[in-house]
Design a protein around this ligand. Sequence first.
Ligand code: NAP
Length: 647
Amino acid sequence: MSSSTTDRSTGAPAPREALDLKSAVAAADPALLLLCLVQVTGDRGLLSRYNSAFHPLEVRSAYTVHEVDEVEAEEIRQLAVQVFSMERSPLENVAIPVPDPALFQQMATLGAGEEVDAEFVSILLEQSGFVSDSRVLKATKTPPPDFKVAVIGAGMVGINAGVKLGIAGFNYTILESRSEVGGTWAINTYPGAAVDTPSSYYSYSFELKADWPNYYPEGDAYLNYLQDVADKYGIREHIEFGTEVQGFRWDESEQVWVISSVQNGKAVEHRANAVITALGTLNRPNKPEFPDREKFAGTVMHTAEWDHSVELAGRKVVVLGTGCTSVQVVSSMVSQVEHLTVIQRQPHWVVPDIGYGLRVPEAEQWCLANIPFYNQWTRFRAYWFVSDNNYGKSRIDPDWPKDLLSVSATNHKLLEYCMSHLEANFGDDPVMMARLTPDFAPYAKRIVKDPGFYDALKEDHVDLQGGTIERFTETGVVLSSGAEVECDVLILATGFKLEYLSQFEIAGRGGRQLADEWGSHPKAYLGVTVPGFPNMFVTCGPNVGSNHGGGHNLTGEEQVHYALECLQHMVEGGITSMEPLPNVTEEYAARVDAELDKTVWQHGGTAHGYYRNAAGKATDPCPWRMVDYWTMLREPVLDDFLVTYKS
Ligand code: NAP
């Protein structure tokens, strides 16, 4: 059997001899062990034999799901030691490499401690890493070498596109402005930068990694992962680094995109039959300007433009903003600075998270690397508990009391969870309680996971100020409250200006400009294709943010899959261009709006944030459950497209 956890992992697995099997198994999760045993031995009866030993907890998470009867747990461990012992070397003889749908559903239900409906089976088999993205259209033709695909950006989605285009045999080039892969993870190097989603899930489903050091990967570990994947799949030889794309225009006579860029100071043109844009929307730092900047002798830097030569230790620092970036910066540097002032314009809802900053114990790493399928089942759980399980929290219950901040029973539970975190930290400080309690429903702006932010705010040398900065002085800043704060360094943790490809000039059929078509309310069919812009596949476009669950990794995989399906249709059918029909796109956009109308993302009350545009229209969130969007993107419906064939 080749698809063992070890084979699928990136990076060196922990050596089998580093820890003995018995002690690793002793620390393993018995339910996950049982699922692995079923697959390795093929003994499906194990499920019914031990099912009653697992008692689901009322509150379950990726880390803890059951209470387990000790006698049965010990039997499972003993069986695991017997089956997974090196002498028996089970890796070559796995009975069930991929469980059939019915079996998988039964196993997943046991692993999650709750019913896993049949509709989730396909996405879970893929996202847990049991099968890699299965192509729907069976390829009968190899893409001709003169059919070129350009990918813009070599970040998480661009690398993914490169992997899949390469496997499918497409001639592709990735245009990347920087000198390295990794996109946002290469750019955001501020102290404390980390993924706030479990590592086990926030990675490619086709490239599971067994040796994440932390439950939530730190920025450099995540960047290393992306670099490793790029190396493993030979992506770099397809990348033109240092290529700053300026824009692209559709050439109707040739049926190609002409991409203008600047490479090492020189204007360069690329021609491609199709373009996949693989840029995120959070690229352009939001750098608010305040009067009298020239008077200030200290340093001002945005978190996305971190200057590592700036000394923070022993200095007076001000951090503006309290979003997910701010809390990571604040928590990581609070112990070094002489004084820290955090300026909060509007509080965010903050959840505690047990995984933040925790290292994956050696025994668990060993199991992930060496026990067949332990990694896949761990990922399954991580996915399950951060994805559609959270969907209900965004939905407004029309019958929910209007005098409450929350919008539904599940949303209220989240509110209470956040409040309990606040109370645990500031219950004896009514002033801080009041200042840190938002006046809008949770989820109306991005929820913040606490890496130690509240702890930091309790330090004697830290204070929290309200409002914003009014102006600079020679020695610091004056706040809107009138308070004057001395500082050596001002850190702008002020987020980004949302960009939907507005950094490029994009001219489609008949010269129509994407910027004009989209304005402040961009629309794309299924979030990926745009009428009048043939063979252009947008990833991270409008209304695709899976804001109820961590998952740009998943959205990217879905969209790359869809683009590949379209491209293979072009190859198979002699199609030179395809663009979605305007009425189909409008109908999709109307469905998106109607669905968003039922959510707190659209009706965010007083909440600030980038989910809505200046007119209050939610342009960022995807209104669908992740399983629904995944299903929508399985294959294109050609009738929804205006298609041109080779004459
Ligand atoms: P953000 O969520 O947009 O937060 C920006 C913060 O700056 C807010 O507190 C905002 O206050 C404040 N702010 C902006 N302009 C201001 C001004 N002129 N005066 C005073 N305050 C101002 O930005 P972010 O924290 O960088 O996060 C952006 C996104 O990046 C996240 O939503 C997430 O998608 C991603 N991210 C992910 C991770 C991860 O762990 N995976 C980590 C960091 C970031 P208001 O709320 O009042 O507007």
